[in-house]
Design a protein around this ligand. Structure first.
Ligand code: UD1
Length: 384
């Protein structure tokens, strides 16, 4: 199949290109080489340079918002995997325009071209996000019901981080989130991902294109940017340890996420374009297991053999959620997809990839940026 991968030079994109080529697909990569991800010396990453040198892929540098470019690239494609996006829940709070432009307008442009131009595209896979569920699903042990929990400002100010049932104030226990759960984005990033998937579902459906929106959880693995202070915590913690510095941990470190290895995600993308599903679908792509940040740090300390202790800053980033892990049965039924790499194994090639990698630690700069825009709470009851 002839596949266009937007954001194909990025973290998820590059692994997706690997697996597509392994399965005999013809790949075109469109990527803007965003300096925040790729660094200011915007050289083609080695894995991609290898493919270009061997004529394995067609590579085009550019933006998804560039209508004419997209039109030209889509003329000969049968499938699109749309991964190009700005990413970072925290940064989106002070860069709403940039996030709306890259994620919302970028996807709207893609759908517009698919709608108005003659293409052979019959399958579209879109990168959505578990962040659109917001605080997700909680179990109230008193009322014995599942609820959409909330975090109260007064709790956050006092360092009580766990979400509550808005009905009776009981602290809830996290539960896996199913696809039919109410969507309640708590960050601009999540809102733009919500728009991304909904615009693809609504306008793709009308064009008789099979649209599959994959709601990924926290992705980690080799090639994740080690210099982007707004990337996933696992990569940031690796960079900090490698630079001999303590990871900075917001809240108390007991917040949890469903960490999925990038190779599992790439396989989900492959299965999606190869599936015979038509119509519009949303699917959770995660492991179904929650791991706290403190557990991740303990794993990294053990495997990297460092005894640097994290700095637990007991402050929250505005817009962060507390717990998130997904129910993954739908993807298993419809795609035959099940994540295969547990985090204690996946962390090994992630650490291995740190050897010789370029690392520029900008975590302190990001922290100052968040404070400047009043996007961090403090326990004295004020936003700092
Ligand atoms: C993440 C992804 C998002 C994905 C979503 C799916 C990133 C940047 N975000 O958002 O793309 O769609 O999961 O659920 O990959 N933290 C620290 N110290 C740090 C960095 C982070 O303590 O240096 C904490 C945060 O405060 C937060 C947790 O780690 O509590 C996760 O942060 P992050 O991955 O940025 O946010 P998610 O909402 O999980």
């Amino acid at each position: 199949m002839k596949v266009l991968v937007t954001g194909g030079a990025g973290f998820v994109g590059s692994h997706t290109v690997d697996i597509l080529l392994q399965h005999g697909h013809e790949v075109t990569v469109l990527d803007s080489f965003e300096p925040q991800v790729h660094g200011t010396v915007s050289a083609v990453p080695p894995h991609l340079a290898h493919y270009i040198a061997h004529g394995d892929i067609q590579f085009v540098q550019g933006n998804v918002e560039n209508r004419e470019l997209l039109k030209r690239l889509l003329e000969h494609c049968e499938a699109v995997i749309h991964l190009a996006a700005a990413l970072g829940t925290a940064q989106s709070a002070h860069e709403p325009h940039m996030y709306c432009l890259a994620n919302a307008l970028g996807t709207a442009t893609l759908m517009d071209v698919l709608l108005k131009e003659k293409t052979q595209v019959r399958k579209l896979v879109v990168a959505s996000s578990a962040s659109i569920y917001g605080e997700g699903c909680g179990w109230n042990p008193v009322r014995k019901v599942k609820v959409s929990p909330v975090r109260w400002a007064v709790d956050m100010q006092q360092g009580q981080w766990e979400p509550r049932d808005p009905e009776d104030g009981t602290i809830v226990e996290p539960r896996p989130i199913t696809e039919d759960y109410p969507l309640k984005p708590t960050s601009v990033y999540a809102l733009t991902k919500y728009f991304t998937e909904q615009v693809a579902l609504l306008s793709g459906h009308k064009q008789e294109i099979g649209v599959i929106c994959l709601r990924y959880t926290n992705i980690y693995g080799p090639r994740q940017s080690l210099s982007n202070p707004y990337t996933g915590p696992l990569a940031i913690f690796c960079s900090r340890f490698k630079s001999g510095k303590p990871p900075l941990v917001f809240e108390d470190g007991k917040q949890s996420r469903d960490f999925i290895h990038v190779k599992d995600v790439a396989r989900a993308n492959l299965l999606s374009i190869e599936s015979s599903l038509m119509g519009a679908h949303v699917m959770n792509i995660g492991t179904g297991k929650a791991t706290s940040l403190l557990e991740i740090i303990a794993l990294l300390q053990e495997k990297m053999q460092v005894d640097i202790q994290p700095t637990i800053i007991q402050k929250a980033r505005i817009g962060d959620i507390r717990h998130s892990f997904l129910d993954t049965k739908r993807a298993e039924t419809l795609l035959g997809f099940k994540a295969q790499i547990p985090v204690h194994e996946g962390i090994l090639d992630t650490i291995h990839a740190l050897d010789g990698a370029y690392i520029e630690d900008k975590v302190d700069v990001a922290l100052q940026e968040l404070a400047q825009y009043h996007l961090i709470t403090d326990t004295a009851g004020e936003r700092v």
